[in-house]
Design a protein. Structure first.
Length: 344
């Protein structure tokens, strides 16, 4: 059997888009080893066909010299002695190739700003671009984008059976260990306003997010203690977040890691975009809709793959009105967008 080594340590959205591409490799008969960081290792272990090699990316990025050496040498011990038909370090930054220095491979792939065949082209779906680079696809017409590749062994949702229509929202996120990307966020007080409306209608509202998102609870303080408001921020693993979305009639999120996790679920998803291009980052499957703020803005999108414009107003996200979001949510909650996995 052919063997492939993938080096993609994070972030959540990048890893999920890469999985869709790597799934194409697996379908061609490759056994997959994947070097990843602890933040996404639990998610990747939910794919039965991925062998996870966990590396301490935090120590590599932010640790002392001795911590960096220890993290890299630990990864080398797991990789040395194995021959791969393909090793792919899916970064532009050559420093990440340090993980594969002792690895023998017939063919090696990295991203490159200089060569079109190894560059993720702007506005194109990143999952398809990763596949084009990995598999050497011809850069020609492809009418259908790769859909998110759902894990095949997810845990159950930690939530009990819903007693009302369940709607999830992701009011924070848009950060990783390298940087905060706050311009991606839709204002948290607007999420709270929508939550209030939904609760007044009799719906159940579930708040989702990671351990670093607890700050957003302040915006929901007025709703704290409501019997149908369920706060799961920082209280689920990544796989459990997907399973929780499976039980929801709808998920509302801006462009952040949990958006891509919701894309792996069966739930309809409404995605709010502004400074980033939904053409590159929106999960490509049925039941996903997008509101892209800042229509007509000359500066949209301002994200170049690494940095945002030094914007002080976040006008594109601010331009997405609460009323417009509610209107689209109501459309999606109609029969045409019912999630068969949601409990009613």
């Amino acid at each position: 059997m052919k063997r492939a080594l993938i080096v993609k340590l994070g972030a959540i959205g990048d890893v999920i888009m890469t999985v869709a591409a790597v799934g194409q490799l697996h379908a061609q008969g490759y056994a997959i080893d994947w070097v990843c960081g602890p933040a996404v290792s639990g998610l990747l272990r939910c794919y039965s066909w991925i062998n996870v090699i966990e590396a301490d990316d935090r120590s590599v990025l932010k640790g002392s010299l001795s911590e960096r050496v220890r993290a890299v040498s630990t990864a080398w011990k797991q990789l040395s002695g194995t021959h791969y038909d393909l090793k792919a370090t899916l970064y532009y930054d050559a420093r990440w190739q340090i993980f594969t220095l002792p690895v023998r491979a017939t063919h090696s792939v990295t991203l490159s700003h200089k060569e079109r065949s190894r560059r993720l082209l702007p506005t194109r779906p990143h999952a398809d671009e990763f596949a084009r680079v990995l598999l050497g696809w011809k850069d020609s017409c492809r009418e259908v984008s790769l859909a998110p590749h759902r894990p095949d062994r997810l845990p159950p949702s930690p939530l009990p059976r819903a007693t009302a229509r369940r709607i999830a929202m992701v009011p924070a996120g848009a950060s990783n260990m390298v940087r905060q990307q706050t311009l991606r966020r839709w204002p948290a007080d607007r999420y709270a306003a929508i939550a209030r409306t939904l609760l007044d209608r009799g719906d159940e509202v579930v708040l989702l997010g990671g351990p670093g998102d607890t700050w957003v609870r302040e915006d929901f303080a007025a709703l704290a203690g409501h019997p149908r408001l369920v706060d799961l921020i920082g209280r689920t693993s990544l796989p459990e977040l997907i399973s929780t979305c499976d039980t929801c009639a709808l998920v509302l999120s801006h462009d952040t890691g949990p958006l891509h996790l919701a894309g792996l679920s069966t739930a309809p998803v409404l995605a709010l975009f502004g400074p980033t291009d939904p053409g590159s980052f929106l999960p490509r499957r049925s039941g996903v809709r997008v509101l892209w703020g800042g229509e007509g803005f000359a500066c949209r999108p301002c994200y170049d793959g690494r940095d945002f414009a030094p914007c002080e107003s976040n006008g594109c996200m601010q331009s997405i009105a609460t009323e417009a979001v509610l209107r689209v949510m109501d459309e999606m909650l109609s029969q045409a967008f019912i999630n068969p996995g949601a409990e009613r």
